[in-house]
Design a protein around this ligand. Sequence first.
Ligand SMILES: Cc1cc2nc3c(=O)[nH]c(=O)nc-3n(C[C@H](O)[C@H](O)[C@H](O)COP(=O)(O)OP(=O)(O)OC[C@H]3O[C@@H](n4cnc5c(N)ncnc54)[C@H](O)[C@@H]3O)c2cc1C
Length: 176
Amino acid sequence: MGADFVAEAGLGDDLGFVVVDKHTMRSAAYPDIFALGDAAALPTSKAGAVAHFSIDVFVENFADYAAGRPLPHAFDGHTNCFVESGAGKALLLDFNYEVEPLPGTFPLPALGPLKLLAESRFNHLGKRAFRWIYWNLLVRGRPLFLPAAMSLRGKDTSHLTAGPAATDSTTPVPTF
Ligand SMILES: Cc1cc2nc3c(=O)[nH]c(=O)nc-3n(C[C@H](O)[C@H](O)[C@H](O)COP(=O)(O)OP(=O)(O)OC[C@H]3O[C@@H](n4cnc5c(N)ncnc54)[C@H](O)[C@@H]3O)c2cc1C
């Protein structure tokens, strides 16, 4: 559940999460309010990656918002997460609002070194390394060098079952 004050303020849905445009994180009820991270009712996982990538997009939009201009950047729902599968192995998932988790390599096409949607020892080591990355880079505000928008590079798109293909660029969104 979200916070009671969100519902009491008329900002939230039935669970107390702030109802927002899923591309700009802007409140549907109050256009001067943005909700980032778990507080937002985005149609994706409550995950640190979602908070991270959506905040990247929000920051890109903020100067335009403050100047009263349309918001040019759109969050695509980019999410990734490790899934520990035991025996020293893990899977890695990378997906967005439109594209389901696909097999492939991450972050480099063919080279990886992480494998998508498949168990590997390296994925498990990647998960363990992320602890260091989190506390020494992300928490200190240092860049992760991963684009906010999900990329299809290195992914096997023959497994796509539905929905429009993702792009490496952001999509302009309508303004309020
Ligand atoms: C057990 C567990 C495991 C998880 N594992 C993963 C994982 O492996 N990978 C992943 O990507 N995500 C994981 N998540 C999810 C991830 O932690 C959250 O998605 C992420 O922390 C959301 O960030 P946030 O800044 O929106 O919220 P939070 O990190 O919850 O930050 C909100 C902050 O606001 C503060 N706060 C609350 N109310 C008030 C108030 N009234 N006034 C002032 N401050 C207030 C809170 O104390 C808190 O510090 C996990 C979550 C849990 C609980």
